[in-house]
Design a protein around this ligand. Structure first.
Ligand SMILES: NC(=O)c1ccc[n+]([C@@H]2O[C@H](COP(=O)([O-])OP(=O)(O)OC[C@H]3O[C@@H](n4cnc5c(N)ncnc54)[C@H](O)[C@@H]3O)[C@@H](O)[C@H]2O)c1
Length: 265
């Protein structure tokens, strides 16, 4: 991985970093000069990611166990991160889960599980990093929403509601945090090649079908999301706050296969 400096002087806490997009963000942030506090409730998994990253970029990352739904974990981990690196100026609220069930089958327990991780976890994450960012006088928070907050699909009501709340919370926080020069933005990925996507579309046939409603007919790469994160975390995006950044191969702008001008045969 080539070394850049777009994130020099940034200390980024990333949740859900044991695999998928979060793990790629750790690698790419380290390659751009950031110090990374990589966290997950799967401690062994995130420690492995950090060990690999530190081989290439020595001393750039540290692993801590953090269940995003537990505020005591946030209090402890943000304190340790600050003691380790002396500042905390970027947060990626990346951890997320989903439960698939139709309206008639969804249990209150499933509803609460998703809301606790995807929405409450984002809220308490923002609340607990704010004092450190205020002290620093600058900060960037990036919350993982989804195209599910824009285009609904069947069987994902709780995930759709949770991600819709993340987008709305992002706007609310952008207003409250602006006086402290802390920016807050939401990212809405489409189909990105991780376990979450592969479990949602378990066969090649289903994955292929999912691509058909999408102008760029391929699955997104995790690093394509990481570079949007680099932009939002860096001072390059200093005037960007409260936004929803869609990264979905055109999925949400395609209104079916109808063309006003027929294509030439
Ligand atoms: N993959 C996609 O196509 C896609 C699309 C839209 C949005 N998203 C969102 O992007 C984010 C990352 O998704 P992904 O595909 O990389 O997921 P993934 O399932 O591959 O990885 C999720 C990570 O989060 C961790 N995690 C789960 N619950 C946690 C908790 N309570 N505390 C701490 N860590 C926890 C898991 O251990 C895992 O390492 C999620 O918020 C997801 O909803 C994903």
């Amino acid at each position: 991985m080539t070394k850049g400096s777009r994130l020099q002087d940034k200390v980024a806490l990333i949740t859900g970093a044991a695999k998928g997009m979060g793990a790629m963000h750790v690698r790419i942030f380290a390659s751009e000069g950031a110090k990374v506090v990589a966290t997950d409730y799967n401690y062994e998994g995130v420690q492995q990611v950090v060990d690999e990253v530190n081989k290439e970029f020595p001393g750039s990352a540290v692993a801590y166990k953090l269940n995003v739904a537990d505020e005591n974990d946030w209090i402890e981990v943000t304190k340790k991160a600050y003691e380790k690196f002396g500042r905390l100026n970027v947060l990626i609220n990346n951890a997320g889960i989903l439960e698939s069930a139709t309206f008639d089958k969804l249990t209150h327990e499933q509803w609460n599980r998703v809301m606790d991780v995807d929405t409450w976890g984002v809220f308490i994450g923002m609340r607990n990093v704010l004092p450190y960012m205020k002290e620093e006088g600058v900060g960037s928070i990036i919350n993982l929403s989804s195209i599910a907050a824009i285009n609904a699909s069947g069987g994902l009501s709780t995930y759709t509601a949770a991600k819709g709340a993340v987008t709305a919370l992002t706007r609310a926080a952008a207003i409250e945090f602006a006086p402290f020069n802390v920016r807050v933005n939401a990212v809405h990925p489409g189909t990105i090649d991780t376990d979450m996507f592969r479990e949602g579309f378990p066969t090649d046939e289903l994955r292929h079908a999912a691509m058909q409603g999408q102008p760029l007919k391929r699955v997104g790469k995790t690093e394509e999301v990481s570079y949007l994160m680099v932009y939002l975390a860096s001072d390059e995006s200093g005037f960007t706050t409260g936004t929803s950044q869609v990264i979905d191969g055109g999925y949400t702008v395609q209104a079916g296969d109808i063309a006003a001008v027929p294509s030439e045969e």
